[in-house]
Design a protein around this ligand. Structure first.
Ligand SMILES: C[S@@+](CC[C@H](N)C(=O)[O-])C[C@H]1O[C@@H](n2cnc3c(N)ncnc32)[C@H](O)[C@@H]1O
Length: 331
């Protein structure tokens, strides 16, 4: 396991509750719109883009500003609050449409709407600032709220339901694997002893009591890793990413691009590995008389890891662990 936990933590204050500053915006625009003329001129007149993680529409709005009247932007998000904002945008702009769904469902959602091959897809992973900042969503260890953490509160088990029923060992495994929490066993034991837990501050205080005192000048709250791990588990984020990467790449037209921003080393590792596999020839048995040909390679890496520059980091500290990777479909 890598020692770093590159993750947007929820201790960074934002002035407006409902604000989400789009991360790596210029880099995303360059990745998704730089091939626009060549892609559009191949078979269709218009460009079709997909924002698989609408959030508050930071990226979507900026992409729409650069699209023409015939182009389309289709967006998804699993969160009902994101859906409310997206539906308002859909009323305002006829080029934009939205469905509340998981990005793992991208293939069927696009097929149902008659989209046959799209020119660009963005997945900006993780949680939005309003999700973190609104205490009632249960993601925050600094404001008290129900221990929920579901991006879609109508789907699956809340964090409280899971913590109050799971085996102690299962909790320790999640804290270790997703949070790289060195004190996973100790924290899981205390959670099991303190059940039932109901609120975010109950959990945050418990971790703070149990955790070995942080080193001086350590900025992170001791519960950062625990909250991150539980959130990833409750929302099945790594499973979603596996499915979303496959579905996203398969939905692209030839020449179309998939851009993924991750905030966690486990996510970035998955993106990097999947993109590498897609951009190499398939492994064939050594002795078979099959010629490798360029046509067999489905993807081309557009760039390595792209990270925010200093100006962005100063303006938006939550961007600090963001990594963008881009792949283009070539066959
Ligand atoms: C970092 S925010 C996106 C912010 C957005 N790009 C913006 O500029 O406003 C991530 C969003 O993705 C959504 N999300 C995370 N996993 C998802 C999934 N598997 N399917 C659909 N939406 C997901 C979250 O609900 C959240 O709104």
């Amino acid at each position: 396991m890598s020692p770093e936990v590159p993750y947007a933590d929820n201790s960074v204050p934002l002035s407006a509750q409902d604000e989400h500053l789009p991360v790596l915006l210029h880099e995303v625009i360059a990745a998704l719109l730089s091939t626009r003329v060549s892609v559009a001129s191949t078979d269709t007149a218009s460009t079709i883009l997909v924002d698989g993680t609408f959030g508050r529409g930071g990226h979507s709005r900026q992409l729409l500003q650069r699209l023409s009247a015939d182009d389309r932007l289709f967006a998804l998000d699993r969160d009902p609050d994101a859906a409310s904002v997206a539906n308002l945008l859909a009323d305002e702009d006829p080029r934009f449409s939205f469905v509340q769904a998981r990005f793992s469902e991208l293939g069927s959602v696009l097929a149902q709407r008659g989209f046959d091959g799209v020119d660009g897809i963005l997945l900006d992973l993780g949680v939005s600032s309003p999700q973190l900042d609104r205490a009632e969503r249960g993601f925050s260890f600094s404001a008290d709220g129900p221990l929920d953490m579901r991006m879609n509160p109508d789907e699956g088990q809340s964090a409280a339901d899971w913590l109050n029923s799971a085996e102690e060992n299962a909790i320790a495994t999640v804290l270790w694997e997703y949070g790289e929490e060195r004190q996973s066993r100790r924290i899981a034991r205390e959670i099991a002893a303190a059940r039932p837990l109901a609120t975010t501050l109950e959990l945050a205080d418990l971790v703070e009591r149990v955790a070995v005192a942080p080193k001086k000048n350590q900025r992170k709250h001791p519960a950062t890793r625990t909250f991150q791990a539980i959130r990833m588990h409750v929302n099945a984020e790594l499973e979603e990413l596996d499915e979303g990467l496959k579905a996203g790449f398969n939905a692209l037209s030839i020449g179309g691009r998939l851009a993924v921003i991750s905030f966690h080393s486990l996510e970035d590792r998955k993106v990097k590995r999947t993109f590498r596999e897609l951009s190499q020839p398939p492994r064939l048995p050594r002795r078979l008389p099959v010629r490798h040909s360029a046509e067999q390679i489905p993807g081309r890496l557009v760039s390595g890891a792209i990270k925010p520059g200093l100006a962005e980091l100063n303006a938006n500290p939550r961007a600090r662990s963001a990594i963008l990777r881009v792949i283009e479909r070539v066959s």
